[in-house]
Write a protein that binds this ligand. Sequence first.
Ligand SMILES: Nc1ncnc2c1ncn2[C@@H]1O[C@H](COP(=O)(O)OP(=O)(O)OP(=O)(O)O)[C@@H](O)[C@H]1O
Ligand SMILES: NC(=O)c1ccc[n+]([C@@H]2O[C@H](COP(=O)(O)O)[C@@H](O)[C@H]2O)c1
Ligand SMILES: [Zn+2]
Length: 284
Amino acid sequence: MAMEDPERKTEVVLLACGSFNPITNMHLRLFELAKDYFHETGKYKVIKGIISPVGDAYKKKGLISANHRVTMAKLATKNSDWVEVDDWESSQSEWLETLKVLRYHHQKLLPPDATNSLEDAVPLTKLGRKRKQEPNRHEPVKKKNRSPDIKSVPQVKLLCGSDMLESFGIPNLWKLEDIAEIVEKHGLVCISRAGNNAQKFIYESDILWRHKNNIHLVEEWITNDISSTKIRRALRRGQSIRYLVPDVVRAYIERNNLYSPESEDRNAGVVLAPLQKNASDSKN
Ligand SMILES: Nc1ncnc2c1ncn2[C@@H]1O[C@H](COP(=O)(O)OP(=O)(O)OP(=O)(O)O)[C@@H](O)[C@H]1O
Ligand SMILES: NC(=O)c1ccc[n+]([C@@H]2O[C@H](COP(=O)(O)O)[C@@H](O)[C@H]2O)c1
Ligand SMILES: [Zn+2]
């Protein structure tokens, strides 16, 4: 009686977008923290985590080739039974808005006959009901006899740190309509990060406030301020990065001599792709 009906839980896929230059232990922790959070609510079941390294066309300073970044992320997740790396985003020749990456991964989860431009026409939660239940290759078929109310299409939520949430406020970096669609149709899971105040940021934004039910703030109590920037800095200085990144990643970096003063100068003086794109969009 008191047992929850597992079939009624909303299935969630967590998508983390970023440079992963290189992937760190903290990136991997984000997934574990978010999964614990959702399971503790009793309402969600996290079925998968996806790491999507940004493509080279993002043009961030110090960004090394996507090839290496994807390889390192794959090495780092080798032992995870639920987090995987997807190179679809990084294999595009142009930089892609994060919303487009979310849409792509959501579409991949739809039954094959539902993928034709339904996305914008039908609210996400209705998609599963509108179409006949069909197995898809991402998920084993569950018991039949589902209640029609079960949202059978998993939600794809954007997993990020609070610095990424706060980057929504940087002029020209994000389009307002993209932010709106991310929080309205998909949802956001934000892990606290030193120096950021996500709650206040949501309070100060009308659009985020309106959709705060779809923004999940997760407090990281075992605080850990590892960042890729600090890893690259340590490497340039010949310092150890052991126990800050998975050991296979450390070995791969050393073997290929990936980070140096020269690599840090990549894209120096180049305008970041979203800034470039949004500036030229606002001119036409
Ligand atoms: N220590 C951390 N705590 C919370 N979130 C984090 C942490 N490190 C990374 N993230 C999140 O992981 C995602 C990918 O981040 P990204 O690839 O930029 O890593 P990073 O460590 O912030 O790198 P960089 O220092 O180069 O900006 C972002 O959403 C970012 O907020
Ligand atoms: N408008 C947008 O969709 C937009 C703008 C800026 C960054 N991003 C994404 O956010 C992530 C930021 O990563 P970094 O913190 O490593 O720069 C990347 O995946 C990037 O593509 C998206
Ligand atoms: Zn970052």
